[in-house]
Design a protein around this ligand. Structure first.
Ligand code: SD4
Length: 337
């Protein structure tokens, strides 16, 4: 971004604040709006990045380096979520992820850009950065999804290194789990921590990324929502972007992220769109055995830089960074009070 662009944007926001009055709403649990308006004329706040859970803070920081320099949202989301993939202390993404019930760490990830290009890997083992493999699938192949052995083979051909992803801490947790071998994820613990990130860059283009080791103690071969375009992540560059976290089965059943984007197309705010889909998920699962341990949450960002989130149960939060909001965590509003 050159100096004139920065000055222009600063001046625009300054004039809007001074002469028109700032209608930016405070970030509350109920509604998160980052837009300045006067008589329907909006000053878009960009760049902006939003991502799931506490690890969204360092991820946003990394993404921001690219966005603030006028870089592309696609590069920002890939670089951003790699921070969580590389951190062994985050036991639900990348290195150090909780394994499946046979002790294998299997990873799911997808990425999507403003031209609706997308790439995805599922059931991928031994590669620390599945998001970057997903990007290679998008850029280097005629396909969108590669899975299992084929995804691994492709990653190795692309120069990714084969690594042991099961850390001593995750192995210990697995051995403890083996004592009871019960598949009932603890809400916000074993079914959380996927990192999903959405960004709007200086050029007004959206991109998104989503990466996870999936539900802990899943069946070998199980794939969740996170690598599925339309479920774990979706965007339409004319409208907005959405991404999910939580129990993937529930998000797949309802085509979650695609629905959030469609509701924004119909005029809902990001918050309202996330809320409506969570309510739909609740309705579908009200009498379902999954309900006892069901948590789902969505984040959404529209073309104007407005963002919002909603989840089923308390405990889900997300991180937001723009020039106006300095990387702050917000607790999402929730359905089951
Ligand atoms: C899955 N959706 O595999 C993922 C897990 C998750 O936050 O999102 N955790 O079902």
């Amino acid at each position: 971004m050159n100096k004139n662009t920065i000055q222009y944007q600063f001046l625009t926001v300054f004039l809007a604040l001074t002469f028109f009055g700032c209608t930016t709403k405070k970030n509350t649990k109920e509604e998160t709006v980052a837009i300045i308006k006067k008589k329907g004329v909006a000053v878009v706040i960009k760049p902006i990045v939003i991502s799931t859970w506490n690890h969204g803070i360092p991820a946003n920081e990394e993404a921001w380096k690219i966005l603030d320099a006028g870089g592309k949202a696609l590069d920002a989301v890939e670089k951003g979520v790699r921070t969580a993939e590389a951190n062994p202390e985050i036991q639900t993404v990348g290195l150090g992820g909780f394994p499946d019930r046979e002790g294998n760490v299997t990873l799911d990830a997808c990425i999507m850009d403003h031209q609706s290009n997308c790439g995805s890997v599922s059931f991928l083992q031994h590669i620390k950065h599945p998001i970057s493999v997903a990007r290679k699938v998008m850029e280097e192949t005629p396909h969108i999804m590669l899975t299992g052995e084929g995804a691994l083979q492709f990653a190795l051909e692309q120069g990714f290194k084969k690594e042991e992803l099961l850390t001593p801490a995750s192995k210990k947790a697995y051995e403890e789990w083996l004592q009871k071998t019960d598949y009932k994820p603890v809400i916000n613990i074993e079914n959380h921590d996927t990192i999903s990130m959405l960004a709007l860059d200086e050029d007004g283009n959206l991109s998104g990324a989503c990466t996870t080791s999936g539900a802990a103690w899943k069946m070998h071969g199980r794939v969740g929502d996170s690598p599925i375009i339309g479920s774990g992540l979706f965007l339409d560059n004319e409208i907005g972007a959405a991404a999910a976290t939580g129990l993937g089965e529930a998000v797949i059943r309802t085509a979650g992220s695609a629905m959030v984007v469609e509701l924004m197309r119909q005029g809902k705010s990001p918050y309202q769109a996330c809320k409506e889909v969570v309510e739909r998920i609740y309705k579908v699962h009200k009498n379902h055995s999954d309900l006892a341990y069901l948590q789902v949450g969505f984040i959404a960002l529209n073309k104007n830089g407005e963002y919002g989130s909603y989840c089923l149960r308390p405990g889900f939060n997300f991180a937001i960074k723009s020039k106006e909001v300095n990387n702050k965590l917000i607790d999402a509003d929730f359905k089951i009070k």
